[in-house]
Design a protein around this ligand. Structure first.
Ligand code: R5P
Length: 314
């Protein structure tokens, strides 16, 4: 892997370092700074001419800053004559704005994809897009990884008997994803009926499936943003008599009052991956972070060597 270069932006240097450790590669020497007016400047302090460059930058909050920084890094690599540039975006922000669901609204997921491709990215490597179809928004190859095998491993180790287990989808949109977890972990399916009124307002009341009474409930979602969806679903499952409730999500965006809501909810453990960095005040005592660095590291190795990436889906 002598001609592979890993470069980290400022969004998640810890994850980038862990990926580097998995691959046995140091991160490239780069300086990134803000000018007094907020503009971003950067300089790559080593030769990357002709190299296979992987830029690691989730576009998590602050979304606009991290996205812009990624675009600037891509531009710098392009102008430094990198042979190939792969944008490694463990969490792709703006993914929920993926269609016109009313008049005169943007499709910002497509705009963000256009910006990344037009800046000069030759490929994209990402994890659990909010909707898999977003892959098609990028007119370059996208390797879309699933965190499920890594997250499910955590739950399998809990050794909960399958007849005691309910795998719960927090809304109708997550049923397919939930079924994939069910296939790996076992148990029975239940679905919470969620109605969304706005970006921050949802209502959950009914449970389809069950009975859940006295059993352990595992709730899977792709992301926890304000916590409204998952905590609403937890409350329904709790009312229906679950003995223990676990919550699991790939992307811990955790903004607004998410931490307060999660902290007050009857949840035994919250299991998330490290696609997004967490600060100390987000580290609730019942929060467990599972690393996806080996998954991303292995994918980078396979892309670099032109080997199959779908091998990792199992
Ligand atoms: C909805 O479609 C998503 O899968 C998540 O349930 C939702 O985006 C989470 O957002 P929040 O935590 O703000 O309810």
């Amino acid at each position: 892997m002598h001609d592979l270069t890993l470069i980290s932006g400022r969004a998640h240097p810890r994850l980038a370092a862990d990926i580097g450790e998995y691959l046995g590669l140091p991160l490239a020497d780069i300086d990134i700074w803000n000018f007094p007016d907020g503009e971003i400047g950067l300089k790559i302090n080593q030769n990357i001419r002709g190299r296979d460059v992987f830029l690691i930058q989730p576009t998590c909050p602050p979304v606009n800053d991290n996205l812009m920084e990624l675009l600037i890094m891509i531009d710098a690599c392009k102008r430094a004559s990198a042979a190939r540039i792969t944008a490694v975006i463990p969490y792709f922000g703006y993914a929920r704005q993926d269609r016109k669901d009313s008049g005169r609204v943007p499709i910002t997921a497509k705009l963000a994809a256009n910006l990344i491709v037009n800046a000069g990215a030759h490929r994209v490597l990402t994890v659990d897009l909010h909707a898999a179809q977003i892959q098609g928004f990028f007119d370059v190859p996208v390797d879309h990884l699933y965190s499920a095998p890594v997250l499910d491993e955590y739950f399998k180790k809990l050794n909960i008997p399958p007849d005691q287990l309910m795998i719960v989808s927090p809304d109708e949109g997550s049923i397919k994803r939930t079924l994939q977890h069910l296939e790996h972990i076992g148990g029975e399916l239940a679905i919470v009926d969620k109605r969304r009124f706005s970006a921050t307002q949802t209502k959950q009341a009914h449970l389809i499936g069950g009975p859940i009474n006295g059993r352990t409930a595992l709730l899977f979602d792709d992301m926890i943003t304000t916590g409204g969806s998952i905590v609403g679903a937890v409350n329904v499952v709790h009312e229906f008599g679950a003995a223990a409730i676990y919550v699991c999500a790939t992307h811990a965006v955790l903004c607004g009052s998410a931490i307060e809501k999660l902290g007050a909810a009857p949840i035994k453990e919250i299991v998330v991956s490290n696609t997004i960095p967490l600060c100390e005040k987000q580290m609730l005592p019942n929060l467990r972070v599972v690393t996806i660095a080996p998954l991303l590291g292995e994918a980078i190795k396979r892309i670099h060597k032109n080997e199959s990436v779908s091998y990792l889906f199992d």
